[in-house]
Ligand binder design. Structure first.
Ligand code: S2G
Ligand code: ZN
Length: 463
């Protein structure tokens, strides 16, 4: 059947305005934040109801057309990229909060709800949605669930998975499953909800989510502490974590801070510059807790683990300190960074980072390597900035050779080649560095159960 006839048959399933095929829309909706794939979808459709999603899935099975789920398109692994005449299914029109119960402290929402809107809704109801990261202003809950988004508060609140208590999904066979129904306890066999969380749209579409909310933290206070070396950051983690219930423990190198300060719109946190910085956040619920934090800070100074530091004294200063860490990603984006999102168990972080740093600099001494991330949960972000004088293709080709050395080290440390950004297309060829061949076979078998015709996000996670 020609594309024209295919699209005519698809158009019949949804309102005329809910399908786009113009070049600009195909380009915009056919990609995410990865810059290395050429978008090439057949069409973009915007279902408004679960029934429309089911009709689209039936159509795709009938015509063997791939479907790519699309949320805020803020992904960094190519999971929402359509490069092979797939139909992109956007949830921009299924973006509402459709229920809330203050006793359950649970929100029922559609997948297209912007993450920040959920955070604001929780705040308006005296509660808190604790999954937070730089792109919450444009990411969608459905995409956050499909990639099990992590971010900066995982040390206390965990990943998105921890907050999803109900999930309605349309499987790749077109069946509607109503999973877990908002229950906190439910021991009735396999928990398919947790299969769909992190499946990157390869098993079916998320069409509704029930999200648990949390008590709102009070008087959040942050310290930015300069350290003489990376090992000192781990000493800080132990010193603070053993006495305080931290809400965040982040780090960034001075190269990151330099890029931030070059912007000129964020004040430097300290008078001088140092190799590494830790950003530590906690709830100063009482003056005693704040005094405790300052005492730990002073002890760390005496130990030589900290060479200088600052503590937030206001909401605005807290925001300014967080911008030093949260703005790194957008600030370095113009440098076409080669990104790696790695994790190991926390105790291994210092030697892991040292081994990777060594191998990258041995391969390419002139590479501008930036380190930042979430030390509190063992997640490091390695970014290599493209040298001005190197073409993008040549740069990424060089980085691909580095990748193999990096992933050999990940394997040696039993780490993950993708801590929070997902596999998508970017990490698909490196899956075996973190998952065994047997595991990958089981994943294929599960995929075949939920999506026997491989119409759901074909080619993502594995070939
Ligand atoms: C972070 C954001 C995406 C990136 O800043 O924690 O996950 O790696 C990242 O630039
Ligand atoms: Zn991150």
């Amino acid at each position: 059947m020609t594309n024209k006839l295919l699209l005519e048959s698809l158009q019949k399933l949804i309102e005329p305005s809910k399908m786009l095929t113009d070049t600009e829309s195909l380009e915009a909706y056919g990609k995410d934040w990865t810059k290395i794939y050429t978008p090439n979808p057949m069409a973009i459709v915007f279902p408004k109801t679960t029934e429309e999603v089911q009709a689209i899935v039936q159509w795709a099975n009938e015509h063997k057309v791939g479907l790519v789920p699309s949320g805020g398109r803020t992904g960094l692994s190519g999971a929402a990229v359509a490069t092979n005449q797939e139909v992109v299914v956007s949830f921009d029109y299924m973006n509402k909060i459709i229920g809330f119960n203050e006793i359950d402290r649970e929100v029922i929402c559609q997948p297209g709800l912007i993450t920040e809107q959920l955070q604001n809704f929780a705040e308006d109801n005296g509660l808190y949605y604790p999954v937070d990261f730089a792109s919450v202003g444009s990411s969608q809950i459905g995409g956050n669930i499909a990639t099990n988004a992590g971010g900066i508060k995982v040390i206390r609140y965990g990943m998105t998975r921890n907050w999803v208590v109900g999930l309605k999904v349309v499987t790749g066979k077109g069946d509607l499953l109503d999973l877990n129904k908002g229950l906190i306890k439910n021991a009735t066999g396999y928990d398919f909800r947790n299969l769909f969380i992190g499946a990157e749209g390869t098993l079916g579409f998320i069409v509704e989510a029930t999200i648990k909310l949390e008590r709102k933290p009070n008087n959040l206070t942050a310290l930015v502490l300069a350290t003489p070396d990376f090992e000192s950051i781990m000493s800080l983690l132990h010193a603070f974590q053993s006495k305080l219930d931290l809400t965040a423990f982040e780090f960034f190198s001075d190269r990151c801070l330099e890029k931030i300060l070059d912007r000129g719109d964020i004040p430097a946190p300290l008078d001088d510059r140092y190799p590494f910085y830790a950003l530590i956040e906690f709830e100063a619920l009482t003056e005693t807790i704040k005094d405790e934090a300052l005492a730990i800070f002073e002890n760390c100074m005496e130990q030589g683990w900290v060479v200088d530091g600052v503590i937030s004294q206001s909401e605005q200063q807290l925001k300014n300190l967080w911008r030093l860490r949260e703005d790194i990603s957008e600030t370095i984006a113009p440098f076409t960074p080669y990104k790696n999102d790695l994790s190991v168990t926390i105790s291994k972080v210092p030697s892991f980072l040292a081994d990777i740093d060594e191998v990258v600099k041995a391969d390419y001494p002139d590479f501008d390597v930036l380190w930042y991330g979430h030390i509190g949960d063992g997640n490091l972000h390695l970014n290599i900035l493209k040298p001005q004088n190197l073409a993008k293709e040549e740069f990424f080709a060089k980085c691909a050779t580095v990748n193999k050395d990096v992933f050999e080290i990940v394997k040696k440390y039993n780490g993950s080649v993708s801590a929070e950004h997902g596999v998508g297309l970017v990490k698909r060829d490196y899956l075996e560095y973190s998952r065994s061949a047997v595991e990958i076979d089981y994943m294929r078998s599960v995929k075949a159960v939920f999506d026997p015709n491989n119409i759901m996000n074909p080619g993502k996670i594995f070939k």
